[in-house]
Design a protein around this ligand. Structure first.
Ligand SMILES: [Zn+2]
Length: 270
């Protein structure tokens, strides 16, 4: 081990179980093959992540081996595509395949370890990440969020404002309002995904749901994720299996191997 901290070391100061998304996708595809015998091209991927361009720039390359992605998310990853969106991709899946949903809000952690900001490609100054969350917090602090107001012109942002407003005290009392708001969003997104998933019919046997807080770092080192759940549901029996420990163990082994190969966190593959 060297004294020099990798981007992952810095991110783990705030998110101890974070892993790179490219290692995680590798581990996940192995897991699907090992546990269910399902190949990537039989998996219909849907993601509910923020529409931020950085999430597209940092999208892990091997995720494109799956079908999709179907985009469920809008600002900060809330599943704004709703029931119709869920139903759409659930009907696009190969019958001997699986539906895989990844959901989560996102947050930036700068190279210096600052939470909630990021240096974007070609820029010289840091900017907020997630910008929608920063704007909602600022509006909450200035007392200008109107309870219950959802406008046609800014529907997604207004929805986030209302979600955060119901946790105003918790966010105001937190050491880091951005990190706390991201946790509030994580719970809101997880709950909404579960409601949508339970009201959807699938043309396949397996539904796999992965949730976490997506972490953007400086764009040239890719993205990371602090995982909260990975569950596989057999839709024929209703049986649920928790795969999170298996995923974290496999991905950590890949990361360890990469570190010992002399390469740091692999570059974002575009
Ligand atoms: Zn965002």
């Amino acid at each position: 081990m060297t004294d020099r901290q990798t981007p992952l070391d810095i991110i783990r100061r705030r998110y101890p179980n974070a892993l790179s998304t490219s290692d995680t996708v590798d581990a996940f595809l192995d897991l699907m093959q090992r546990r269910l015998g399902i190949e990537p091209r039989k998996i219909m991927l849907a993601d509910s992540i923020c529409s931020d361009d950085l999430n597209t720039i940092e999208y892990p390359e091997r995720a494109y081996e799956m079908l999709g992605p179907f985009k469920l998310g809008g600002l900060d990853g809330f599943p704004f595509a709703g029931l119709t969106g869920m139903s759409a991709f659930a009907h696009h899946v190969p019958t001997d395949g699986a539906v895989f949903v990844f959901h989560g809000p996102h947050i930036g952690v700068s190279k210096e370890g600052d939470t909630g900001i990021i240096l974007r490609p070609g820029q010289t100054h840091h900017s907020p990440c997630c910008g929608a969350i920063r704007a909602a917090i600022d509006k909450m602090v200035s007392g200008t969020i109107v309870p219950g107001e959802l406008t046609e012109l800014d529907y997604q942002q207004n929805t986030i404002e209302q979600l955060l407003l119901t946790h105003r005290g918790r966010i105001a009392g937190a050491r880091c309002a951005m990190a706390e708001s991201t946790e509030v969003m994580y719970s809101a997104i997880e709950n909404r995904i579960d409601v949508l998933a339970s009201r959807t019919e699938y043309l396949c046997r397996y539904l796999v749901i992965m949730g976490g807080v997506l972490i953007n770092s400086n764009y040239d080192v890719g993205s990371f994720c602090s995982f909260r759940r990975l569950v596989c549901i057999d839709l024929t029996s209703g049986r649920r299996e928790d795969w999170l420990d298996d995923l974290l163990g496999s991905a950590a082994r890949l990361a360890h191997r990469a570190a010992h190969d002399g390469s740091e966190i692999r570059e974002a593959r575009r």
